[in-house]
Design a protein around this ligand. Structure first.
Ligand SMILES: [Zn+2]
Length: 340
């Protein structure tokens, strides 16, 4: 996970958005798990939901830049995951203004949405499909606020007021309200209206700003307590090393085809594409799906290469180092992951 802190206008991104490791693994599973694996549809569904979420959150960035200027800097944290009792809670985007928090629950829904806060639900209608039921996003955002305030108490930090908004990032989504219209009006917003909504919140919180030292301490503690989700989809979906397709895959063919090494380059016999460094992506997949460590014997099998000198030369060019003596030599693929 990369933590960035850079100035942009008068707000500071204290935690940048990054693609979670779980998504990198799910993407690698899509490429590499044999298509007839019994859980294929399940993990592809999870990946689809996650990709839509990432797309929606990225589309929000433009509107975050339109948030009005304030007298004091404010701080943005993307994907912060904090401890709560014996588990964790994750906020899509958290903004710390000079005297209040704003939790954004970001939703990339399509079709028609029926808000029904009274019954703690959201109904979604897409084309002629049966209605789908989701938890009420206002309640979800509210729960995030309660958990954040509980976290402040456990860290013995002064209470900070918390506001919440459910942000709909799909411009084509249609919204209808079944119950509590004023609650929906107050707490649900489409991305283009975010800055106007924030302006209203800033007016409501016109009191004294929090002490600068306290803000600094708070930011430090938030970043310190951030715990990335390292749960493994491999174990969850029961994917075994024997389920992983071996070989260097053509980046252009769909479904993926295994390429051959011909005259010092990787060549796809299906589309005719030639690639010099396609083994890099194959090794990244190995590190994500099987192990960050690989032996020469396994390298030969996985890359489909006989000649160890070829393999050694390819690894050298990728700056991959080995550990152990000649016979028990293991190559460490970890450096490839940090650049993923
Ligand atoms: Zn191809």
């Amino acid at each position: 996970m990369i933590l960035l802190s850079y100035k942009r206008g008068d707000f500071l991104i204290k935690k940048a958005r990054c693609i979670p490791l779980r998504v990198h693994i799910l993407r690698a599973m899509k490429r590499r798990v044999r298509p007839n694996h019994e859980k294929t549809q399940d993990f592809l569904n999870e990946l689809g939901r996650k990709e839509a979420g990432i797309y929606g959150e990225q589309s929000l960035d433009y509107y975050l830049k339109l948030i009005p200027e304030t007298d004091h800097p404010f701080y943005i944290f993307h994907g912060l995951r904090l401890p709560f009792r014996d588990t964790f809670f994750q906020m899509d985007t958290l903004i710390l203004f000079s005297n209040f928090f704003l939790v954004l629950e970001v939703k990339f829904f399509k079709g028609t949405l029926y808000f029904d806060p009274k019954n703690y639900q959201l109904l979604q209608e897409v084309d002629d499909n049966p209605l789908k039921v989701y938890p009420d996003p206002i309640l979800q955002a509210s729960n995030q606020c309660s958990k954040l305030q509980s976290w402040l108490r456990t860290r013995q930090l002064t209470d900070v007021p918390c506001e919440k908004l459910a942000v709909l990032t799909n411009p084509k989504v249609i919204t209808k309200v079944l119950s509590s219209p004023s609650e929906v009006d107050r707490n649900v917003v489409k991305s283009p209206a975010l800055s106007a909504k924030v302006r209203m919140l800033l007016k409501r919180h016109f009191s004294q700003p929090l002490d600068k030292k306290f803000i600094k301490k708070l930011i430090k503690q938030l970043l310190k307590d951030h715990t990335p989700d390292n749960s493994s989809p491999i174990l969850q979906y029961g994917v075994l090393p024997s389920d992983i397709i071996k070989g260097v895959l053509c980046p252009c063919c769909s479904p993926y085809k295994v390429m051959k090494r011909i005259y010092g380059t990787w060549e796809c016999l299906y589309c005719g594409g030639k690639y010099d460094d396609a083994h890099r992506a194959a090794l990244v997949d190995y590190a994500l799906l099987i192990s960050p460590f690989i032996t020469m014997r396994e390298l030969k099998r996985y890359l489909g290469l006989e000649n160890r000198l070829t393999i050694i030369s390819l690894l050298k060019n990728l700056n991959i180092e080995f550990v152990g003596g000649t016979k028990s030599r293991t190559y460490n693929l970890t450096p490839l992951l940090t650049k993923t």
